[in-house]
Design a protein around this ligand. Structure first.
Ligand SMILES: [Zn+2]
Length: 235
């Protein structure tokens, strides 16, 4: 099969890869598909909430999860169909990158808010949002300028709160959290493979969706469907 039809050549580091129409379509579809399930999933957590913190966490997590897929789909649609509107495309691209920081913070929020944490570790509850805000500000000023730095920021944001989670007295769900994290890490290989692997960005999207699905499952199972005081009594 002639793969050139599906993929363009790799570009120099300072230029952006131009996906083929096939790749553009796949980039849109692989995240658009998850918009409705993420909205339904977020609503389910909201309905399962019992206390104020469960409700707040469901809302934060749901907003982060849904907006990741919505903004990514919007960006990829604009970059496919409206790429001549350079500044509009640029703005959506920035939003696409900014929302990742909030998505990471939102993914940790239910664990940090609903599980008991040590006297130092509990500060991570607000620190993740400060980190997300710094990441967003960084994107605003240095978008696409230092790609390695961007990758380091995402990795720090993704891994640092996990150290706190690892120290939780209640450890159920940890396995799923690690599996989800591994999906994101594996996906990053494809994120960096534009022009080498056909549909690399769409494959990255699928890994993100897989990681998010595993994390959602863990949050639903261990934080929202466990009997209300099971979490407390098993400590
Ligand atoms: Zn994307």
């Amino acid at each position: 099969m002639n793969l050139v039809r599906f993929m363009n050549n790799r570009v120099p580091p300072h230029k952006r890869y131009q996906p083929t129409d096939y790749e553009h379509a796949a980039n849109c579809a692989t995240h658009a598909l998850w918009i409705i399930p993420s909205l339904l999933g977020s609503s389910l957590l909201h309905f399962l909430s019992e206390g104020q913190w469960e409700r707040v966490s469901a809302w934060l997590y749901g907003a982060g999860l849904s907006s990741l897929f919505i903004i990514s789909t919007l960006f990829h649609t604009v970059s496919w169909k409206k790429s001549h509107l350079r500044s509009v495309e640029q703005c959506f691209h920035m939003c696409d990158r900014m929302v990742i920081y909030f998505f990471i913070a939102a993914s940790y929020a239910p664990w940090l808010n609903l599980r008991e944490l040590g006297p130092w570790a509990c500060h991570m509850r607000w620190l993740v949002w400060v980190m997300a805000s710094f990441g967003t500000t960084y994107v605003f000023f240095f978008h696409e300028r230092y790609k390695l730095m961007e990758l380091i920021c995402y990795t720090v944001m993704g891994v640092f709160p996990a150290l706190v989670i690892l120290s939780m007295p209640e450890q159920s769900g940890l396995y799923e959290l690690l599996v989800g994290g591994a999906c994101y890490c594996l996906g990053m290989v494809f994120f960096k493979s534009d022009g080498i692997v056909p549909f690399a960005h769409a494959i990255w999207h699928l890994f993100v969706a897989m990681g998010a699905a595993v994390h959602y499952y863990a949050i639903w199972k261990y934080l929202y469907t466990a009997p209300a005081n099971q979490v407390q009594t098993s400590r």
